[in-house]
Write a protein that binds this ligand. Structure first.
Ligand SMILES: Nc1nc2c(ncn2[C@@H]2O[C@H](COP(=O)(O)OP(=O)(O)OP(=O)(O)O)[C@@H](O)[C@H]2O)c(=O)[nH]1
Length: 388
């Protein structure tokens, strides 16, 4: 085409179709025990030079008042007297936003500055259960029709106090006998075992073991003063259909102890052993999955649906009491057609979708993990029957 030729105009829809879907901003939920070091981690992120433009949404600015802010905006352009949302723009390019309302409202506000950041960290209070918060940003109609066009849930990171973590897990039982600290671990994709400068290596290993018993799918990193390479907590894609995130160690007893051997409780070098461990009713169920026929796939889908939606097994009476509560599930398996599927679930929400990248997946690697309440041996046997 000559420079003088009139270019053919194309519809904007065609332009965006040609450019592919708009890239969504990843959102990571940071939860953690009271005093575990969440603010310390966030203060680092907001003040260090790391090259990422991160928007951090936190409960209040109290602890970050000492961070040098380039500008302090009262962010409501329409009503300058409205101070209900504040956004701090920090020297290292990050944004810091306080939550006075719900996380969703704060994020909608932030999205007006789209382009100014490339990752969102949402800090919850020490007493928050991250499950309901995660489900706000994943697989629900309201989210898909609105914010889901702009952001996607990347993962849940839980900070655990290496000194008091065990005590907190064992003592805290604020909601129906199951403490928030247990729910936080059950729902986490990554645990930062912080304050490891204050405990011995053996004590840290013991707590890691306890955490991995509650949640065998979690990846654990030891930290001091929240010092962690950000690639371990951002861009982890824990809710995606990428098989890479599930096929490897990340499902099944994955704990990273910086080159140190596993502790004396763990007698399986390959880290493939099924655990059945229960802490105040919360336990995990982990099974290997063979290549599934179409019938077995359909049975499995029905089994998961009945378990997650109705809290019972398909063979139970439909009117009985709910016997199971699933807080988180993940899995990967293959069907006889050669398709690799990924299961992702938070509470009653779940999806089974074809893996985006199944090149790393081996036939030996099929597995399912459920974390929740009431996952006893009868549930395991029922699942084994379904899998054939
Ligand atoms: N020794 C030691 N102290 C730490 C470490 N990380 C944080 N602290 C201290 O622990 C205390 C609590 O840390 P915060 O970062 O305020 O914890 P938090 O999780 O934000 O606390 P809440 O918001 O109350 O839940 C502070 O005095 C920190 O300086 C660590 O790795 N080692």
């Amino acid at each position: 085409m000559d420079d003088d030729d009139i270019p053919t105009l194309i519809e904007t829809d065609e332009v965006s179709a040609a450019q592919g879907p708009e890239k969504t901003v990843p959102l990571t939920i940071i939860c953690g025990f009271l005093g575990a070091g969440k603010s310390t981690l966030i203060r680092r992120i907001l003040s260090e030079k790391h090259g990422y433009r991160i928007a951090v949404i936190m409960n209040d600015f109290g602890d970050t008042a000492d961070i040098e802010a380039k500008t302090i905006n009262v962010s409501s352009a329409e009503d300058p007297t409205d101070t209900s949302e504040e956004i701090l723009e920090l020297a290292n390019g990050c944004l810091c936003c306080s939550i006075k309302d719900t996380g969703v409202a704060a994020i909608e506000k932030l999205m007006q500055r789209k382009g100014a950041f490339d990752h969102i960290l949402l800090e919850t209070t020490g007493l928050a259960d991250p499950g309901p918060i995660a489900s706000l940003f994943w697989q629900n109609e309201e989210f898909s029709a609105g914010l889901g066009h702009y952001i996607h849930l990347d993962g849940v990171v839980c900070m655990v106090d290496a000194v008091f973590g065990r005590q907190q897990l064992e003592e805290d039982h604020s909601v129906d006998g199951v403490g928030e600290s247990l729910r936080q671990i059950a729902c986490a994709d990554v645990v930062l075992l912080n304050k490891t400068d204050l405990v011995s290596a053996a004590q840290a290993a013991e707590l890691e073991h306890l955490i991995a018993q509650v949640n065998p799918a979690v990846v654990i990193h030891r930290t001091v003063q929240g010092n962690i390479d950000l690639k371990n907590i951002m861009g982890i894609d824990a809710y995606s259909s990428k098989s890479k995130a599930l096929a490897s160690d990340s499902v099944g007893h994955a704990h990273h102890h910086a080159g140190e051997p596993c502790d004396e409780h763990c007698d399986d070098v390959g880290h493939k052993h099924p655990h059945h461990y229960e802490l105040r009713g919360i336990s995990s169920l982990q099974v290997s999955v063979p290549v599934l026929s179409q019938e077995a796939y359909d049975r499995l889908d029905e089994w998961i649906r009945t378990l997650l939606w109705e809290g019972r097994l398909p063979e139970d009476s439909a009117v009985g009491p709910q016997r199971v509560t699933v807080l988180r599930c993940k899995g990967i398996f293959q069907t006889s057609t050669g398709t690799t599927y990924v299961l992702q679930g938070v509470r009653s929400l779940y999806e089974i979708s074809p893996a985006i990248d199944d090149s790393d997946f081996g036939l030996e690697s099929g597995k399912l993990v459920f974390i929740g309440k009431g996952l006893d041996e009868t549930i395991r046997h029922s699942l084994m029957r379904v899998l054939g």
